[in-house]
Design a protein around this ligand. Structure first.
Ligand code: AMP
Length: 171
């Protein structure tokens, strides 16, 4: 069995001092390891009904779209401001390093659709919480939030109370 955490590289002081950036590129560039990560995500989700994956820009697109292909469901990009061409809903959030806005197309998901939110990493939970708010504006049913990595010591789960949170690698 591939040990996924061996393929996550720590980059100290990126993108700013004091942050230890979890670099997932070693995992992505190895076909066997990338495949194992996506297959393990599928296993974690066994028995869940998912109509659409909401992938968070930008690394959430990588896992979200691979997973959507595997689960035979749709993929919706949740993007940084000004990138989506049609009418959007917006949500502001605080990051481990700064503030930002995320947007989703207003017609991205039908009402009551079962959605899964996907990103590479859970840190403080601000980003995922913003997407939860977007999913609520879309009137979707949130089946869960899935991450490759969880920085447990930042307690991001606390911000996502009442929503199932899945992660493959915990620090
Ligand atoms: P947060 O909103 O604090 O949970 O931050 C999560 C988002 O920021 C995700 O989209 C991550 O890709 C990115 N992020 C935050 N902290 C890190 C980190 N230490 N290493 C890599 N990415 C991070």
């Amino acid at each position: 069995m591939v040990k996924l955490d061996k393929y996550i590289r720590d980059i100290p002081d990126f993108p700013k001092k004091g942050i230890i950036f979890k670099d997932i590129t070693p995992l992505l560039q190895d076909s066997k390891v990338f495949k194992t990560a996506v297959n393990t995500m599928t296993k974690v989700l066994e028995g869940k009904k998912v109509d659409v994956i909401l992938g968070i820009e930008s690394r959430g697109f990588i896992f979200g779209s691979a997973l959507a292909y595997k689960l035979n469901c749709g993929f919706v990009p949740v993007r940084k401001p000004g990138k989506l061409p049609y009418k959007t809903y917006k949500a502001e959030y605080s990051l481990e390093y700064g503030k930002d806005i995320l947007e989703v197309h207003r017609d991205a998901v039908r009402q009551d659709a079962d959605v899964l939110i996907v990103d590479d990493l859970l840190a403080t939970g601000g980003t995922a919480k913003a997407v939860v708010n977007l999913a609520k504006k879309l009137r979707a049913k949130i089946q869960g939030v899935l991450f490759l990595i969880e920085l447990s010591f930042l307690n991001g789960r606390k911000k996502l109370k009442g929503i199932p949170v899945y992660s493959l690698i915990k620090y």
